[in-house]
Design a protein around this ligand. Structure first.
Ligand SMILES: [Zn+2]
Length: 307
């Protein structure tokens, strides 16, 4: 009976995205709800990663960061100059998302996205991206962003994009409108406090949304960011297999879903990023991908990169 009630509660009024990106959070509960538009595998509270990473102030990375134009910079110098430019009066209200408008349009583009961080692996991935002149998008939890602001600041300073992924990974369709609003506001506030950037989109946990989630998102001036390729890296937990999978399945224009809370994902990036560059792909943020595909992102809209 309890299982049936759960199934019903997840099915009724739920319009959600395919994939199981949140299943790491939901071991034991795996419900596929189909309501015409899409499906979701979803479940309980974020338990899998609780306490998995050190909290408190992040320390500066051991290696030197490399700026987007290839110049090595020390993290401390980068961080302070960044803070100086980003915390001018009023700039916290600007919707600054770095988009390189000078890229070669004829080159195939890929948007790597990393969910559920930041974590100790975020730094490694950001440094790798920087050293290859690449960018990615990090979909961060507000609760983690407040505890590790340096890590997302570093990602933004490198040129990558940081957007929200809710406060602590609750399925938004199960919250009241008031609670959804609070969750979105709190998360963006945490990102803004850490980076000075106020994201114009977010990725709902489990890709789950319904009419209410969209309505509240629209009022909060936030678009919903989905993905077009799910690596299931949280399930694989194998750097070699993840690299092989991407080698086989990667296609131009994809938004690839991964998680920067897993060591094996960060390890795989050591091969994935140089390989993609070698294949001629330009690794871009989702905002850049949308820019080059001519996709105009509107509050309350749902985007997976398809034109
Ligand atoms: Zn997630």
């Amino acid at each position: 009976m309890a299982a049936l009630a759960l199934l019903l509660s997840l099915t009724v009024g739920l319009s959600v995205f395919s994939g199981a990106e949140g299943a790491a959070f939901a071991e034991g509960v795996s419900v596929a709800a189909t309501t015409g538009q899409a499906t979701v595998t979803s479940g309980g509270a974020p338990v899998a990663e609780a306490g998995a990473t050190p909290t408190g102030q992040a320390t500066a990375p051991s290696g030197a960061a490399v700026s987007d134009n290839g110049y090595p910079v020390t993290y401390a110098a980068f961080s302070s100059s960044y803070a100086a430019t980003m915390h001018l009066p009023g700039t916290d209200l600007l919707r600054i998302q770095p988009v390189r408008t000078y890229l070669d349009r004829t080159r195939p583009m890929i948007a790597l996205t990393f969910d559920d961080g930041p974590s100790q692996y975020t730094e490694e991935i950001v440094q790798l991206l920087g050293s290859y002149g690449c960018r990615a998008t990090f979909c961060v939890l507000g609760s983690r962003a407040t505890k590790q602001p340096e890590r997302i600041r570093m990602a933004v300073a490198q040129g990558s994009e940081v957007v929200g992924h809710s406060w602590n990974h609750k399925l938004l369709t199960k919250l009241s409108n008031k609670a959804i609003k609070k969750d979105l506001q709190k998360t963006n506030k945490a990102i803004r406090a850490a980076t000075g950037v106020s994201p114009a989109m977010y990725r709902p946990p489990y890709g789950g949304y319904d009419k209410d989630v969209r309505r509240v998102s629209k009022r909060q001036k936030l678009a919903l960011l989905m993905w077009s390729y799910d690596t299931y890296d949280w399930k694989l937990r194998d750097a070699r297999k993840l690299f092989k999978l991407i080698q086989e399945d990667v296609r131009e224009g994809q938004i690839i879903l991964m998680h920067d809370i897993h060591e094996q994902t960060a390890e795989a990036m050591e091969q994935v990023i140089p390989w993609l560059v070698e294949q001629g792909y330009e690794l871009v943020t989702v905002s850049e991908l949308f820019y080059y595909k001519g996709i105009k992102v509107k509050p309350g809209g749902v985007y997976n990169g398809s034109v």
